[in-house]
Ligand binder design. Sequence first.
Ligand code: ASP
Length: 418
Amino acid sequence: MKKRKINLTGQILIALVLGAIVGIVLYGMSDSYVKDTLLVDGIFKFLGTVFIAALKMLIVPVVFFALVVGVSSLNDIRQLGRIGTKTMLYYLITTALAITLALGVAFVMSPGSNFKMPVLEETDVAINEGVPFIDVLINIVPSNPVQAMAEANMLQIIFFAIMVGIAITIMGDKVPTVRLFLNECNDLFLRLVTLVMLFAPLGIFGLTARTFSQLGYEIMLPLSKYLLTVVIGLALQVVVYMIILRVVSGLNPIYLVKKITSPLSIAFSTASSAAALPVTIRTAEEQLGVDKKVASFALPLGATINMDGTAIMQGVATFFIAQVYADGLSPSQFLLVILTATLASIGTASVPGAGLIMLSMVLTTVGLPVEGIALIIAVDRIIDMARTSINVCGDIVGTVVVAKSENALDKEIYYTTK
Ligand code: ASP
């Protein structure tokens, strides 16, 4: 009899669902040695933590080598400026659109109505008023590139890699060995991503089982309307992406959807777009046919500044808190939320829970109590998992759109299914 082998994508999906089921079952069980020590803080923690560490191990080298090789493959440096401008514009516009959509959905769903206002209590959420814009710009230039890599400071690494890539382009035939070496390093690290991904089903199982075994489902109930509003906002954003792909790029979105299961599952289980980045880059290049020169630039930039899912959460959360603590948002506050949530999502780090901390900046700007965050903190982990998947999805769609407009998308690879 012929044995049917489940491919890696299938295995990852099974691991995700199985992890969630096992986690939920364990949550319902009373504390015991087997449940707590052996499974949740033993095997599951080991599998999940090792997997995240292995992914993180690859972020800096993959981004650095991919970007240097990408930039040095440009025939014309001006092309870099054009790709950069297009990518930034795309990311900003889609984020502003995402918040507008979120506010619209929140307006219709009215998640804060009938919600009993709890007494204001102190929260330990740090107030984040943001770094002055000029400092953000200054900080892009690393005074020490080794330190930038050690700290995984993405914008600084992007800057340094672009500079190295530009220098190689200018030097042309004078540095063939460096070129060859960097190209081979790039191939090597992408191969390492493939190797680490062999461990993905186990890692993803451990991560989801552990997370779900710790989620307090009963505290979610009073917040179910808020939860539902965010989920609807996120789902509608996916529809927006499909329309953009179809209308702006003339591509069939189904092929993209089928191929992004791996990066999205990692985003979901780790709640970190940075952790998913190595796999996102590999998927865009090898399965969606995006040329290195666009993928290596647009994806790390997207993982750092483009967070449509986070923006949606921030929009709905602000609306919700405004309903609970005030009489809703005025039209001018609506505009202010769109502006500040766009900036806040740019400043949000691509790690778990960062979006909630940046929410304090939006709340402060529109004059709402930061303590409102305490209301939604209980359900934030689950929302974080969902919004991070949308963050990554937004980066991939943006990259494909920019690549298509630059003639840097191999349609044959895009439309090939294995
Ligand atoms: N966890 C999100 C990400 O990595 C950021 C957030 O907290 O919204 O994309």
